[in-house]
Design a binder for this molecule. Structure first.
Ligand SMILES: Cc1ncc(COP(=O)(O)O)c(C=O)c1O
Length: 401
C-alpha cells in the first residue's frame, strides 16, 4: 500500500533535517577493492575483548548487576572515576557536576534542548564536526561560522564576528569547539587561544561547548589544560566519551557542567531515556578502575604507528602543491589542494582508482567553502592500506593538477 503524506504533517524540525550528503557518498566506498580513508571509526582491534568478557561476568555476579533502572545522572562509581580523571586536563570537579549520557552525541542534543530557541545563533568553527551541526540544526538554530587555523579557532575573527553581530542587534548564545585533534582537521587549539576563548566567552556572555572525544588519543606531547579548567563562571560544558577509549557500541559518555546548566540537562535527559544503559555503565566503571590506564598505553602505541604511516606516506607520495596537518593525536588528517581542484568533482575519479576520502566542503555550513579540501582517516585502515591508499590518492590528485 502506498501511503501518501502531505509535507504539512511534519514538524518544522523534520522539514529542516535532511539526509546527509556524506552518507550517500560513503555508500560508494563500500565497493569491493576500495581502500577507504573516508571512515571515522575506532579500530576494532583496540576493543579490549578479553577484559570485557571478564568484566561482564564480574558485573553479572555482583550485587549491582546493572540490570535494574538507575539514576538519570548515571552510575555513582563511574561519575566518581570520571571526576578524578578530569584532573588530567586541569579540571577540578565533583561527581555531581557529571551527567552520564548515551554518547557525546546525546550530550550535544541535550545542550541544544535546554539552550536553543528557534533562530538562536550558534557559533562554530569552519570546518566543524557534522554530528554537532545536525544536533544544533534540529533545534532550528542559525549558524555563524568562524575560520580556524593551525592554532584552532581564529580568536581575532571571533571577536570581529561578535562585534558585527552586536551592531546588528544579534546576540549569539553558544560557541561549539573541538579543541583536541579536531574532527575533521586534526588540529589542537593552542593554550593561548584557550585562554582567549574563555575571556571572549565571558565578555560576550557565551556558553562554550568543549567537545573532547579524542583528547586521550595523544601520541606525542603533553595534555593541554581544558578550556573548562579556566572557567570560573560555569559557562563551559565539557563533553567526554568512552567511544574512543573503550568501544563506541556501549554509548557511554559524559557531560560536565556547573549549576543550573547540568541540572537542566539532567531533567531534559529524564524525559528522553530516563538514564543511559546501566549495564554498559557498570562495565565502563569496572573497566576504568581496573584496566583503562594499561589499555590506553596499548592503543596509543597502536594508533601512533598508524598516524606515522599516514604522515610518512603523505610525505612520500603527495605532490608539492598539497598541504596537510600533522596531528599530535586523534584519527584524522586534513588535506588542502590548490584552490582550483574541487574534491567533490574529483571523488568519482578516486573511487574509480579504488580509494575514498571525505570531501571537505561537507564540514562547512557555507556550501562554497572548503571545496579544495578533504579529510583522511588513519585509525581504521590497516597500515599497508594507509600507504597504498595515499599512493593511489596522490596519483588521482596529480591528474587534477
Ligand atoms: C567531535 C565529535 N564529537 C562527538 C562525537 C560523538 O561521540 P559519541 O560516540 O560519544 O557519541 C564524535 C564522534 O565521532 C566526534 O567526532
Amino acid at each position: 500500500m502506498l501511503i501518501y503524506m502531505d509535507d504539512s504533517i511534519f514538524s518544522e524540525t523534520a522539514k529542516r533535517v535532511k539526509a546527509s550528503e556524506i552518507r550517500e557518498i560513503l555508500k560508494l566506498t563500500q565497493k569491493p577493492g576500495i581502500i577507504s580513508l573516508a571512515g571515522g571509526l575506532p579500530n576494532p582491534q583496540t576493543f579490549p575483548l578479553e577484559e570485557i568478557k571478564k568484566i561482564v561476568n564480574d558485573v553479572l555476579n555482583s550485587n549491582n548487576n546493572g540490570l535494574q533502572y538507575g539514576l538519570t545522572e548515571g552510575d555513582p562509581e563511574l561519575r566518581q572515576y570520571i571526576a578524578q580523571m578530569m584532573c588530567k586536563y586541569g579540571i577540578t570537579c565533583n561527581p555531581d557536576d557529571i551527567l552520564i549520557t548515551s554518547g557525546s552525541q546525546q550530550g550535544l542534543d541535550l545542550i541544544s534542548k535546554i539552550l536553543i530557541n528557534p533562530g538562536d545563533i550558534v557559533l562554530v568553527e569552519a570546518p566543524s564536526y557534522l554530528g554537532a551541526l545536525s544536533a544544533f540544526r534540529s533545534y532550528l538554530c542559525d549558524f555563524v561560522d568562524v575560520p580556524s587555523d593551525g592554532e584552532g579557532i581564529r580568536t581575532d575573527l571571533l571577536i570581529e564576528t561578535l562585534e558585527t553581530l552586536k551592531e546588528d542587534g544579534k546576540k549569539p548564545k553558544i560557541l561549539y569547539l573541538v579543541p583536541n585533534f579536531h574532527n575533521p582537521t586534526g588540529i589542537t587549539t593552542s593554550e593561548k587561544r584557550r585562554k582567549e576563548i574563555i575571556k571572549i566567552a565571558s565578555d560576550y556572555d557565551l556558553v562554550v561547548i568543549e567537545d573532547n572525544p579524542y583528547g586521550e588519543l595523544r601520541y606525542e606531547g603533553e595534555h593541554l589544560k581544558a578550556i573548562k579548567s579556566y572557567d570560573t563562571e560555569g559557562r563551559v560544558i565539557y563533553l567526554g566519551t568512552y567511544s574512543k577509549i573503550l568501544a563506541p557500541g556501549f554509548r557511554i559518555a559524559w557531560a560536565l557542567g556547573s549549576g543550573e546548566l547540568i541540572k537542566k540537562m539532567i531533567i531534559a535527559k529524564q524525559a528522553v531515556d530516563l538514564h543511559t544503559n546501566t549495564f554498559g555503565q557498570r562495565i565502563a566503571a569496572l573497566y576504568s578502575q581496573n584496566y583503562l590506564d594499561k589499555h590506553l598505553v596499548k592503543i596509543l602505541n597502536f594508533y601512533r604507528i598508524k598516524r606515522d604511516v599516514m604522515l610518512s606516506s603523505l610525505d612520500e607520495y603527495m605532490p608539492n602543491e598539497c598541504k596537510w596537518t600533522r596531528p599530535e593525536g586523534g584519527m584524522f588528517n586534513w588535506i588542502e589542494l590548490p584552490e582550483y581542484v574541487d574534491t567533490k568533482e574529483m571523488f568519482k575519479d578516486a573511487i574509480n582508482s579504488n580509494v575514498a576520502y571525505v570531501i571537505g566542503s561537507a564540514f562547512y555550513i557555507e556550501e562554497n567553502l572548503g571545496r579544495h579540501t578533504m579529510r583522511l582517516n588513519f585509525s581504521f585502515p590497516k597500515d599497508e592500506e594507509i600507504n597504498l591508499g595515499v599512493k593511489r590518492l596522490s596519483e588521482v590528485i596529480r591528474r587534477w593538477l
